[in-house]
Write a protein that binds this ligand. Structure first.
Ligand SMILES: Cc1cc2nc3c(=O)[nH]c(=O)nc-3n(C[C@H](O)[C@H](O)[C@H](O)COP(=O)(O)OP(=O)(O)OC[C@H]3O[C@@H](n4cnc5c(N)ncnc54)[C@H](O)[C@@H]3O)c2cc1C
Ligand code: SF4
Length: 513
């Protein structure tokens, strides 16, 4: 009787995953290995490490509860080989397995490594498609074939039709595909977001915390505010709480930012989704069910479904379509080192201090903080894409290259030259002022355009357009700002350049990642 070793990666904690589909409980062995190579290829936020190790351990226990033979290798096991390949080799020998079955990983780097296993290990290696996504890689390739620009909105409409989510026959529910124009409100005084569901670490999680503090003491972030769940039951509880408490106003305030309120009306479900504790379909179904029972309005539910059925599936498609070249793109020739403030949160730019601080404290920042503050600043300052990628890959509990990279390269930095976004998401202080309360207590004046006290986003915005005129000047979506730029006097242009140079030259950038 063939005996199969079934490898589960840290982000494959889904009972229905492809590699477990024909699991033979009587003969097969499931391997979950915590290995230093994966835990340290970037210096992950401490909360991400705790979340994943704790979730792996809990998942192993759940499988054991079903009678499955599970081999869980802890990071501090004396014989731990330190790499996935090493642990697979050891487990094959230990259990006398003649076949290795796994589900394709979410990262190019890991897939390449696994493809080599076919030669390196003397067993049959079966790599199955990851069917937890609503759009397969082949389906995305077919959609993208022959298109010049890969616009998410058109992809999303096809996904709506194929999934049947929020459809009224052939037409979109409510008559519109997209309710974004209703979804750009700032947070009015008196509107209080619901409290985030926090899960108090139990003894097993506290043991993981101690391990992470001991082995990864220099990593970014703090465990002080740790509140992630580590089981599927907890992930479902977090999802239910979001649907009941925050979803109804998710749409209205999805772009809003508020000091001291990192979660606002967001789902805070991405770590669970990306690790496999929740599936994309069930999260979308839960939101749609709230619409159908009248518990949440269409603008909120459509906005939320679009993030998952649209953006999440789309960026994954782009990642696999464009790797490995995608990592290296730098269409705007950005060459500045990442400023230290991304590591320290020590800056008098209040918006950045809050967004980096939220990231450090919670391994979380919501989309607009990531895109319009942290990403926007890196774009305007001209920070090297590879350094920005590395930062975004290590600071969030939900970060995996397949989702981080297109968001950084395509959305935040325009490093792919416009394949993903039709124009850079560059914005001056006025946008941040409109969508947040950060500017009210900032030492800079968001209305001032020039000089020491002016909001740096203001002159950096124009300096960015001046610097990149050759690459961006013919972009029709930037016609208006370039027209405004062309009307500026030579003295004003010099003033912008001088303010930007003074500010950027004064930014410390000494950290080595
Ligand atoms: C520069 C940058 C880097 C990012 N890096 C990551 C990352 O490493 N991992 C990650 O999961 N998301 C990433 N995102 C997307 C998004 O910011 C997060 O998914 C979201 O903030 C997670 O919080 P939430 O669960 O509260 O999301 P909600 O706002 O409640 O949205 C619901 C879900 O939609 C999905 N989603 C929303 N926007 C996106 C998007 N642009 N791309 C893919 N999925 C999306 C997520 O699964 C999210 O959980 C990044 C965005 C930017 C601009
Ligand atoms: S004034 Fe400028 S730097 Fe200060 S919080 Fe507002 S946008 Fe940020």
């Amino acid at each position: 009787m063939a005996k199969t070793l079934r490898l589960l990666l840290a982000d494959q904690l889904t009972r229905g995953i492809a590699s477990l589909k024909d699991l033979d409980v009587a003969h097969d062995v499931v391997l979950l290995a915590e290995v230093m190579e994966e835990a340290s290829y970037v210096g992950h936020h401490k909360q991400k490490l705790v979340f994943l190790f704790a979730a792996m351990r809990a998942f192993a226990e759940e499988l054991r509860g079903e009678g499955v033979t599970v081999d869980h290798v802890a990071l501090d096991d004396a014989d731990n080989a330190g790499s996935l390949g090493g642990e697979v080799r050891r487990a094959l020998q230990r259990h006398g397995c003649d076949r290795l079955t796994l589900t394709e990983p979410g990262e190019w780097r890991v897939l390449e490594m696994m493809q080599d296993w076919r030669e390196e290990l003397d067993v049959d290696v079966v790599i199955r498609e990851d069917d937890r996504f609503l759009c397969s890689r082949a389906r995305f390739e077919a959609w993208a074939h022959g298109r010049k620009g890969l616009r998410m909105e058109f992809f999303y409409r096809e996904m709506r039709k194929e999934s049947g989510l929020l459809m009224d026959g052939e037409a979109p529910e409510g008559g519109q595909w997209n309710y974004d124009p209703d979804n750009r409100k700032s947070l009015p005084k008196g509107v209080t977001p619901p409290a985030r569901v926090r899960f108090e670490p139990d003894a097993a999680v506290r043991a993981v915390m101690a391990l992470v503090e001991a082995r990864f003491s220099r990593n970014f972030g703090t465990l002080d505010h740790y509140g992630w769940g580590w089981t599927r039951a907890q992930a479902l509880e977090a999802l239910d709480a979001f649907v009941a408490g925050a979803l109804p106003r998710f749409g209205d305030y999805q772009d809003a930012m508020k000091a001291g309120e990192p979660f606002l009306f967001h789902g805070v479900v991405s770590p669970y989704l990306n690790a496999g504790l929740l599936t994309a379909r069930e999260v979308c179904d839960a939101a749609v069910a709230a619409y159908e029972t009248g518990a949440a309005p269409l603008n909120a539910v459509e906005g939320f479904v679009r993030q998952i059925l649209g953006w999440r599936e789309y960026v994954r498609g782009v990642y696999w379509l464009k790797m490995p070249e995608y990592r290296e793109t730098n269409a705007l020739g950005a060459d500045r080192k990442l400023p230290d403030l991304y590591w320290t949160a020590e800056t008098d730019l209040n918006c950045l201090a809050h967004c980096v601080g939220d990231t450090r404290d919670h391994a979380y920042a919501h989309h607009i903080q990531r895109l319009m503050v942290l990403g926007n600043f890196a774009l305007l300052a001209g920070v090297r894409p590879r350094e920005v990628q590395d930062w975004f890959l290590l600071v969030y509990a939900d970060a995996y290259e397949w989702v981080e990279l297109p968001n950084v390269q395509g959305m935040a930095l325009f490093a792919d030259g416009g394949m993903l976004a039709s124009k850079p998401y560059a914005a001056s202080g006025a946008y941040i002022d409109r969508m947040s309360d950060y500017c009210k207590t900032c030492r800079y004046d968001v209305k001032a355009k020039a000089g020491e006290n002016a909001c740096p986003f203001n002159y950096l915005y124009w300096d960015f357009l001046i610097r990149n005129e050759e690459a961006l000047g013919r972009n029709h979506r930037l016609a208006m700002p370039y027209r405004n730029l062309s009307r500026m006097t030579a003295e004003r242009l010099d003033e912008i350049r001088a303010d930007a140079a003074r500010f950027l030259d004064g930014l410390p950038a000494t950290y080595e990642g």
